[in-house]
Design a protein around this ligand. Structure first.
Ligand SMILES: Nc1nc2c(c(=O)[nH]1)N[C@H]1C(S)=C(S)[C@@H](COP(=O)(O)O)O[C@H]1N2
Ligand SMILES: [Mo]
Length: 319
């Protein structure tokens, strides 16, 4: 079971859980009230510009899994971030000198509000939440990661996309001086990703700014990266500098590289194999060499929350 239901809550947790839910309801009621006195979030999100700095005012999310998180060492030492090399240990080694400040994010396309914002101003209107999510890489390994992030739905709504906006596209910084892996054409830079508006406004999608209660290490996508727990890890684009509201399905990096292997949707699906390997089971990073592989769950176990997004869509064709 992934997400706690009331019946799973231990008696000792009930008081804090109830307080938390009340606070959450209050916060949501406040944001629905629009321009009223309750409109401001409980906390203006603030993220220190130092690596491994403690994040303050983080709300616990109701969406967390109750699985034990993967160790900090594995979460920050076994990564995919081709801008810093293609080996799993390259990002931790070669991203250390990267300075993720100053940072700005451009919001453009079909939205009422657009512009270029300092990272600090971009995150300020929102709440910071800790969400412990199960992550599944297309390479058939998985982790459980305590992200700290902002609801992507809240961010999207803030910019008021128009009816023409059918997708949200994201881009990573393109700077071969600061990101040495971009000097090789292993991908068509910048790294690009996208979601439908319905996916981007699903409550499970977040833009993460921290992990394990601290600011995001460079190798995990500082200062801000996407996390979509029901999709393969490659959808979780790192070090985002652009968010565009677009009408047509955007180009996305791995599909551009190999359209027969990687689709736009990239939903975790044990029934649809990658052309070169099975997607039916996964290896939990940190569980040890002899630990049995775990069966992979449809939508990574988040089906109850997201299956409706794909009603009527053939998930074999739209992989
Ligand atoms: N910009 C960028 N984002 C990226 C990647 C990348 O190479 N470049 N790799 C993706 C892949 S394949 C995975 S599995 C996740 C890994 O995230 P993590 O290292 O924080 O676990 O990042 C994704 N985001
Ligand atoms: Mo991945």
């Amino acid at each position: 079971m992934l997400i706690k239901k009331p019946s799973d809550i231990r008696p000792s947790e009930i008081t804090s859980e109830a307080n938390y839910m009340n606070r959450r309801t209050f916060i949501r009621a406040g944001s629905i009230a629009g321009a009223s006195i309750l409109a401001a979030p409980a906390m203006a999100a603030v993220v220190p510009d130092q690596p491994r700095a403690k994040l303050q005012g983080v709300i616990e999310s109701e969406f967390s899994t109750d699985e034990t998180p993967t160790s900090y060492e594995d979460v920050t030492g076994y990564n995919n971030f081709y801008e810093f090399g293609t080996g799993k240990e390259d990002p931790a080694r070669y991203a250390q000198e990267f300075d993720a400040r100053p940072w700005s994010i451009t919001v453009d396309g079909h939205a009422e509000k657009t512009g270029t914002f300092h990272f600090e101003d971009f995150i300020k209107p929102f709440d910071l939440e800790e969400r412990i999510y199960r992550m599944r890489c297309v390479e058939a390994w998985s982790m459980v990661i305590p992200w700290v992030g902002i609801s992507l739905a809240d961010i999207v709504k803030h910019y008021q996309p128009t009816s023409k906006a059918k997708y949200v596209a994201f881009e990573t910084l393109h700077d071969p001086v600061r990101m040495p892996g971009q000097r090789r054409r292993v991908l068509d830079w910048p790294y690009r990703e996208g979601l439908t508006i319905a996916e981007a406004t699903n409550p499970l999608a977040i833009l993460a700014v921290g992990v394990y209660g601290e600011t995001l290490p460079n190798q995990n996508g500082a200062p801000i990266r996407l996390v979509v727990p029901w999709k393969y890890g490659f959808k979780g684009i790192k070090s985002i500098v652009r968010m565009s509201f677009v009408e047509k399905q955007p180009d996305v990096s791995w599909r551009m590289a190999a359209a027969n292997e990687y689709g736009f949707y990239a939903n975790v699906n044990p029934e649809v194999d990658h052309p070169r390997w099975s997607q039916a089971s996964e290896r939990a990073i940190g569980a040890g060499l002899f630990a049995p592989r775990k069966p992979t769950l449809m939508f990574n176990g988040y089906g109850e929350q997201v299956a409706h997004l794909y009603d009527g869509l053939d998930l074999r064709k739209n992989f």
